[in-house]
Write a protein that binds this ligand. Structure first.
Ligand code: ATP
Ligand code: MG
Length: 267
């Protein structure tokens, strides 16, 4: 399942070949409930070891169209994790100060230190997605940024930070249903912005921009995963599985304790 969703490093992909409705071998949420719980418990244990050992960090990057499920993924997949060692950063339109620096400045500051998990809710990829769709940058600048992003990410990984990049892939009709649901339910109005409709009208341009990102920035050190996300239960399972696998691959262990602790008795 992991390999199927990982964008290959050495060949071009077409986003239309990835089915947002895919649920692999499973039919319904009940089929994966126990497995998801196991992944979740394993992730919590591994994260504690990561915090104790402080040799590795994990940066999770989430990108999606509006209503694609970034918030839901954070809420469900990261459930139970120790808040002390985890930080979520949501990136909005850059402030004046942020825009006056190079485009990677604000992201670099938010990269987690070793021992910690960092989640980017939107990321430096906005600088080659929304900016490109709105023609704020040229294709030439986008190409330069792809290289700069790859080098930036390589720098992170060479310094002990594992990077996982997830695109939560929903269909245009699924987005319609989710946005309409937000409109139909007053309690969800706060989640809706008329701006979402403007972005939706450029759906095809976004798909082209995403495809270009995957074909230029899925690297051995920081792969992209295209997660079928029309079914939230499957999306959560796939992300959890990839996270656990990446943390297992770190081969972590808790630091060596002081000598003679097993004989100590507290009086
Ligand atoms: P929600 O799911 O709650 O709507 P959101 O991530 O969509 O969360 P919003 O405040 O609705 O948050 O939107 C943030 C907006 O900021 C998006 O439209 C996004 O494209 C834009 N944005 C983020 N980073 C950049 C950037 N580097 N340059 C330009 N626009 C950006
Ligand atoms: Mg939004």
């Amino acid at each position: 399942m992991i390999k199927k969703f990982r964008v290959p490093f050495d060949q071009k992909i077409k986003l239309k070949d990835y089915d947002p409705d895919d649920t692999d071998e499973y039919k319904e949420s009940g089929d994966v409930r126990d497995q998801f719980k196991e992944f979740n418990m394993r992730m919590i244990d591994l994260q504690e070891v990561m915090y104790a050992e402080k040799k590795h960090g994990l940066l999770i990057i989430l990108q999606a169209m509006d209503a694609g499920g970034k918030d839901g993924t954070i809420k469900h997949v990261m459930r139970g994790i120790n808040p002390q060692s985890c930080r979520v950063t949501s990136f909005k339109i850059p402030s004046d100060e942020e825009s006056s620096h190079d485009f990677l400045w604000r992201y670099h500051k938010a990269v987690p230190p070793r021992g910690y998990v960092g989640i980017f809710n939107r990321s430096h990829y906005e600088d080659v997605l929304v900016t490109r769709v709105h023609k704020l940058i040229s294709d030439k600048v986008a190409k330069e940024r792809f290289n700069q992003i790859n080098e930036f990410e390589e720098l992170m990984t060479e310094n002990g930070i594992t990077i996982l990049k997830f695109y939560l892939h929903i269909s245009k009709s699924e987005q319609k249903a989710r946005l309409q649901e937000r409109l139909d339910n007053k309690d969800k109005h706060w989640k809706f912005s008329k701006n979402d409709l403007r972005e939706r009208s450029q759906w095809d341009e976004y798909m082209d921009a995403f495809e270009d990102v995957f074909n230029n920035c899925s690297t051995k050190h920081a792969p992209w995963y295209i997660i079928p996300s029309n079914h939230k239960w499957f999306r959560n399972l796939a992300v959890a599985k990839i996270l656990v696998q990446a943390m297992e691959d770190m081969k972590m262990s808790t630091p060596k304790p002081e000598e003679g602790l097993e004989k100590l008795v507290i009086e």
